[in-house]
Each structure stands twice: as C-alpha cells, then as structure tokens.
Design a protein. Structure first.
Length: 145
C-alpha cells in the first residue's frame, strides 16, 4: 500500500495498533475540512504493528495532552514544504482539561454549566486520572466541544 506524503501538516506516528480511530475521535478530526489519512496496522520493526495518522492541514494546532492521554508513545512530526521541521514525543500529561467528562452525576462539573472538566494524573503506572472536584476515577467519555 502506498500513501502519498503530505506537503504541509502533521504526521502522528507510533500509535499503538488499533488506537488510530480513538485518536481521530479525541482530536475531533472529523470536523476538519482537509484530508486525513488513517493507516491501521502498518508493519513496524519497533512495535510489530502500529497506526499512523496524516493530517494535511498546515495550521492545525495539535493538542499534545490529548495524544499523551490516549497513547503516550505517539510521535508528532510537523511537516512544511514536504520536509519534517519539528518532531515531538508525547508523555502522559499531569492533568487533562476538557478532554473527558466526569461520570459522577453529583459532581459539580456535571451539575454546573461552564465549569471545566479537569482530571489529575494520580497513578502514572496504571494511567489513572481523577476528577479534581469529586476525586472520581476517570471513566469519562470524550468531550466534543
């Protein structure tokens, strides 16, 4: 399979196999008016299998916290004029803001409008996040603003 390179945009590489669509959903890429290529289960010497996303949008502002939350192994390449001009690796963010909603129906962030959904990393090994308001463990769903 041959997927053309992009001239200006972003390449998300080293996504764990099967998580490409999850990254697509969390980043809200369906709302963009540009080409987005999703490559699933590509062969990788390092990972065995991996997913790759190519976003052909020169001004797209990628949210590294979302990427780190979904899969902290992702690498981000910024492409300008067909060349990689910057490469970033992501890690688990210490906190995530307005990425997921608290599932606790009695949490103030659920009851009151205008309150940000903020979760703090409480266990790096288990990748556990807790709501800063009610301490509920993250079982939230993606927020689409």
């Amino acid at each position: 399979m041959n997927i053309d390179s992009i001239q200006n945009g972003i390449v998300l590489d080293h996504i764990a196999a099967g998580k490409g669509m999850l990254v697509y959903k969390y980043l809200g890429l369906d709302k963009l008016d540009c080409s987005v290529a999703i490559i699933k289960n590509a062969t990788s010497h390092k990972m065995g299998r991996k997913d790759i996303l190519k976003i052909d949008h020169p001004d797209y502002d990628i949210n590294l916290d979302i990427l780190g939350y979904v899969d902290p192994g992702i690498s981000v390449s910024i492409i300008k004029d067909g060349e990689t001009v910057e490469k970033k690796n992501v890690d688990l963010p210490e906190k995530i803001v307005n990425v997921v909603k608290c599932k606790n129906p009695r949490c103030i962030s659920t009851e009151e409008q205008g309150i940000q959904q903020i979760f703090k990393l409480t266990d790096r090994e288990k990748r556990t996040y807790r709501c800063i308001y009610c301490e509920a463990e993250n079982q939230g769903e993606v927020i689409h603003w």
